[in-house]
Design a protein around this ligand. Structure first.
Ligand SMILES: Nc1ncnc2c1ncn2[C@@H]1O[C@H](COP(=O)(O)OP(=O)(O)OP(=O)(O)O)[C@@H](O)[C@H]1O
Ligand SMILES: [Mg+2]
Length: 224
């Protein structure tokens, strides 16, 4: 499967920053191979607008499904008297998957977040056979979040390839050993830690993003 789901332990953990880093990496180091980018669905504003700004992608192509309220999709949909049309998102993904050499799919929220009334992000990752990477933010509570999300991934039979730690603050880098030690996370989850995204003063700097991705162990994430 030439696709990757970028999931997180929660909202605001750095899924967009990792997705942007992988996108920038691919464009820099694999210029002859095509890459599609999708945000599974978006509630409120944010990612689709940012991807348009960074990569010139049309928001309607990045995000087939969009709701106004910044809430969980089934709740945001209900507020508009709509339903979450997962079939439409799947069709969109299928088209991208056939068209591009690699497709990045940014998830929403955490692995346990609902995409519709019956389905979590983890369920969808399994159902769509998506290789998945889990972004864990370096902060107090990171270890428990990593353990809980990996346990959910196992229960839902997600093809989880590994964990990427993300430094959300300038202080995080120096505090990794205290807040999110890779060795401990690896031994508790039995999941590889594929590296750490540093704190980026400007998370829109494509050159810095590409180099941040280049420092991750990408072998198990990118197609050969
Ligand atoms: N490594 C980093 N360096 C600097 N800022 C970061 C880093 N990672 C995340 N941020 C900032 O933290 C905020 C949340 O990150 P991001 O938007 O990537 O989270 P997310 O998991 O995609 O959230 P959502 O669930 O809303 O999609 C953003 O303002 C982002 O720029
Ligand atoms: Mg995001």
């Amino acid at each position: 499967m030439n696709a990757l789901l970028i999931a997180g332990t929660d909202t605001d953990t750095g899924k967009t920053v990792l997705t942007s880093a992988l996108m920038a990496y691919w464009r820099t180091f694999q210029p002859d191979r095509s890459l599609g980018l999708m945000k599974l669905m978006q509630t409120g504003t944010g990612d689709r607008e940012l991807y348009a700004e960074l990569f010139g992608l049309s928001p309607d192509i990045t995000t087939p499904l969009h709701f106004q309220a910044p809430l969980a999709p089934p709740i945001a949909a209900q507020q508009e008297g709509r339903q979450v049309d997962l079939e439409r998102v799947w069709t969109h993904f299928e088209q991208m998957h056939q068209r591009y050499d690699w497709v990045l799919v940014e998830a929403l929220g955490g692995l346990g977040s609902p995409v519709d009334g019956q389905t979590t992000v983890a369920d969808l990752a399994w159902d769509w056979h998506l290789p998945t990477v889990l972004v864990v933010p370096v902060r107090l509570g990171a270890i428990a979040q990593a353990v809980a999300n990996v346990a959910l991934a196992r229960q839902a039979k997600v093809n989880l390839r590994g964990i990427v730690l993300n430094c959300l603050s300038p202080e995080a880098e120096a505090a990794i050993a205290h807040l999110a030690p890779p060795k401990l996370i690896r031994s508790l989850t039995q999941m590889p830690v594929l590296g750490t995204l540093p704190y980026l003063e400007n998370p829109k700097d494509l050159e810095k993003l590409a180099h941040a991705a280049a420092h991750l162990q990408l072998e198990s994430l990118i197609p050969v």
